[in-house]
Write a protein that binds this ligand. Structure first.
Ligand code: URA
Length: 440
């Protein structure tokens, strides 16, 4: 089978056969397909799209291009969650231990910050000693004994996606719903969950800002995952403002710990944790209906059982044993902390969440170039939400910066990101919709 013939057929709008897709992915994995082939294949898909079956075939082939994890030694439901990424979204840090405390097993392969969005792995690396790249035995042990482990992408998991993504990134072919779908799901499938819950964000801070696009992505993800044999549902959630009051790395770990211990719970973050957690329990057969599932997640949080799982995960993966009690001592702190006042007093009408994410990147909390180091200590806390009154005594947020000059630049960007008005603006609910697989 000639690689260029497969590309030509897609270029001409033909449906590819499963074995053609498998052949292309195999060639990509073994290095028989060049970057030029990968770019042309991706661009053909950008223009011609993929049917549900083709997308499922691409997903499966990429998932099987490397190691696939099996969990035969675990006697319990293996469930996972994926988010398309946002600002102030520390859901995974709370959700995985909460589900584990309810009897689920969560082997979560998470990502780093992408563009203006934060990444779970960067957040966890703010915890001194936490190893986001443990060997396979340590990962499995943590999942088996603690019930959850959050680690980074490994080279042997879906390597075809890694290769294709690197080419897409530099050939204007990232923005294709079938390619995004196959990319996200191949990594999830390779980690071996029995059910998946997706959090697809929409709004100014989302990867897919536009709601129509986000719905289309959610539907494509759910349909393709189900077609590939992984029962999946999605929630469409609001990212027109940061999900909680902190954005950054150490500051979000701190917010997650406060949530787990009950010291402070942001209601919007809490609602997303409950909604996604309930879906995971139902998908895993750990609850019969949404009310029971939400109650179990709440109890896991309120009893401290979820917090204990978080602490056990951190310790099992190399962090301190007393992260809950002594997070102040363990987490890095930025030397310059200052409040950002609004340009005028009033109520928050709109927030450009993307601009806030970029302000965190500019502070050093995200990357300007692939692989660059990040500053775990910097970020934003006490972020005002839509509808909140700001002015004397209530700043827009607090900036944590490496230098006064950085704090000054961030403050100006943050002021520009907030639109202030006379009257309180209506807030969207954090969970907008629930997306199920379309009938075949
Ligand atoms: N995240 C991924 O993993 N893949 C994409 O294509 C886009 C976002």
């Amino acid at each position: 089978m000639l690689i260029q013939e497969i590309i030509r057929r897609k270029r001409d709008g033909k449906a590819l056969e499963t074995d053609e897709i498998a052949h292309f992915v195999d060639a990509l994995t073994k290095g028989h397909a060049s970057d030029a082939h990968a770019a042309a294949f991706s661009m053909a898909i950008v223009f011609r799209g993929l049917s549900r079956d083709e997308c499922a075939a691409l997903t499966r082939a990429m998932a099987q291009s490397g190691r696939t994890l099996q969990w035969h030694d675990i006697d319990g439901p293996i469930v996972d969650k994926h988010s398309t990424g946002g600002i102030g979204d520390s859901v995974s840090l709370i959700l995985a231990p909460a589900v584990a405390a309810c009897g689920g097993y969560v082997p979560m392969i998470a990502g780093r910050g992408l563009g203006h969005t934060g990444g779970t792995i960067d957040k966890l690396e703010a915890i001194p000693g936490y190893n986001t790249a443990p060997n396979a035995d340590a990962f499995r042990r943590c999942v088996r004994e603690v019930g959850c482990a959050i680690i980074g992408q490994t080279d042997d998991l879906a390597p075809a996606d890694k290769r294709l993504y690197a080419v897409r990134d530099v050939t204007a072919t990232v923005e294709s719903i079938p390619l995004i779908t196959a990319s996200i799901l191949s990594k999830k499938l390779a980690a071996g969950p029995r059910a998946l819950v997706l959090d697809v964000k929409t709004g100014s801070g989302a990867f897919m800002a536009n709601e129509t696009g986000a719905r289309e992505l959610a539907q494509s993800l759910v349909d393709t995952a189900c077609a590939a044999g992984l029962p999946t549902i999605a929630h469409l959630t609001d990212m027109n403002e940061p999900l909680a009051k902190a954005a950054g790395n150490a500051v979000e770990v701190e917010a997650a710990i406060d949530h787990l211990t009950g010291a402070h719970r942001d209601p919007r973050l809490h609602e997303v944790v409950l909604a996604l957690g309930a879906e995971m329990l139902i998908a895993g057969g750990l609850a019969a209906h949404p009310e029971e599932a939400r109650r179990k997640i709440s109890e896991a949080l309120d009893s401290g059982a979820a917090a204990e799982r978080f602490a056990a995960m951190v310790h099992a993966l190399g962090g301190a044993h007393d992260i809950l009690e002594r997070h102040d001592a363990h987490l890095p702190r930025a030397p310059h902390v200052r409040d950002v006042d609004p340009s005028m007093p009033g109520h928050v009408r709109e927030v450009d969440a993307r601009a806030l994410g970029l302000a965190v990147v500019a502070l050093g909390g995200g990357r300007r170039a692939p692989g660059a180091p990040i500053d775990a200590a910097v970020g934003l806390t006490d972020l005002a939400g839509i509808g909140e009154e700001v002015g004397p005594g209530r700043p827009l947020c607090r900036v944590h910066a490496r230098s006064e000059a950085d704090a000054e630049i961030a403050s100006a960007a943050i002021q520009r990101a907030y639109a202030i008005g006379d009257k309180p603006a209506a807030r969207r609910p954090p969970v907008i919709d629930r997306i199920l697989a379309a009938p075949q």
